[in-house]
Design a protein around this ligand. Structure first.
Ligand code: ZN
Length: 344
């Protein structure tokens, strides 16, 4: 159970009053909070102006910013899932250990932050295997959750789910059920579902134990970032630029629509660099990338605290353990409208 830990001004931002606290304490829907651990120069929006080969030449601020986030979560007594970039984990193993020591779940955000649909299947497998091993070697803990760079598991890279399952991941949180320039599968379900992969049948003649493992390795749970349907559109409310753009009261209302209206958990995401308005600025990125990246950075911390004060959050693995049931789909059904309607 989280305990409210917020100032009066933060409560006012969220439009809260004392009855809201009582409501929070009675909420039985617990959402997932996720963190993509990467530095400000590693984001996809600036990849045209910052090559991965030059990452080592930039001032790193990821440790400081992630530590700030850890403090905020500790104050709010919230446990989250940290999807850590392998490149970053390798350079800052103590940061991985601090995240782990605080009780958070460790996940993978790939090794080199390459968009999945721009990788060959072989490149994706190598990157994913390396990323998983780095975090596991540092923590001594199995990593079972994956978040693709920029949600880049789309229709053309759905094969990635099979590779993730084969590499030992139990869940993925990379399919955004919206239509965007870089990512999204608009017809995909909005809430967690299990994907039965192409060969997801028990091996004939296998022992009971082997058969269970065979089935397990041929399925993966998908945990989509949150969206709300509005007229004929689906609006993203998972985090990032949308979180910083949307007025706090509207953002709270959107979460309320899912948690209180649909009685479903939300899945939100944040990056450590979003808490750092002083980060060095790239003046040569595209206008849209700079707008998305720099918008309202100075407001993130206050807004995050108001979210933590109002709603209950936990890690993805804990969220999945709390779900009474998870509907199943085949890989081919993910982009089909019919499957989405049936899972609404
Ligand atoms: Zn990222």
């Amino acid at each position: 159970m989280q305990l409210p830990n917020s100032t009066n001004s933060e409560q006012q931002i969220a439009g809260l009053d004392s009855s809201s606290w009582a409501r929070k304490m009675n909420d039985d829907i617990v959402s997932a909070l996720t963190v993509d651990v990467e530095d400000y120069f590693q984001v996809s929006g600036f990849e045209a102006v910052v090559s991965p080969a030059s990452w080592g030449s930039f001032e790193s601020r990821v440790e400081r910013n992630t530590d700030r986030l850890l403090d905020i979560l500790a104050d709010a007594r919230v446990i989250a899932t940290f999807f850590i970039l392998g490149w970053t984990a390798e350079r800052f193993p103590q940061l991985v250990r601090r995240i782990q020591a605080a009780g958070h779940e460790l996940g993978s955000h790939s090794y080199a932050h390459r968009l999945v649909y721009l990788c060959s299947q072989r490149e994706f497998r190598e990157d994913t295997r390396r990323a998983k091993k780095v975090v596991e070697d540092i923590s001594g803990e199995e990593v079972i959750g994956y978040r693709a760079p920029s949600f880049s598991i789309t229709r053309k890279s759905l094969w990635a789910l099979e590779i993730l399952a084969e590499e030992g991941f139990h869940y993925d949180s990379s399919i955004f059920p919206i239509r965007r320039d870089r990512y999204g599968i608009p017809a995909a379900p909005r809430h967690p579902f299990q994907v039965i992969l192409r060969n997801g049948q028990p091996t004939p003649g296998a022992s009971e134990h082997k058969r269970a493992n065979a089935v397990l390795s041929k399925a993966i749970v998908e945990v989509p970032p949150s969206t709300i349907p509005l007229f004929r559109m689906t609006l993203p409310i998972g985090g990032g630029g949308y979180f910083r753009l949307c007025p706090p009261l509207l953002f709270h209302r959107a979460i309320g629509r899912i948690v209180e209206g649909e009685r479903r958990p939300t899945v939100l995401y944040i990056h450590p660099w979003e808490l750092d308005p002083q980060q060095p600025r790239f003046r040569n990125g595209s206008w849209l990338s700079r707008f998305r990246h720099y918008l309202n950075l100075e407001k993130t911390e206050k807004r995050l605290k108001s979210l933590l004060a109002r709603w209950q959050f936990t890690s993805v693995i804990d969220l999945l353990a709390r779900l009474p049931e998870i509907p199943q789909l085949s890989l081919e059904e993910i982009p089909s409208r019919a499957s989405r309607r049936s899972l609404r």
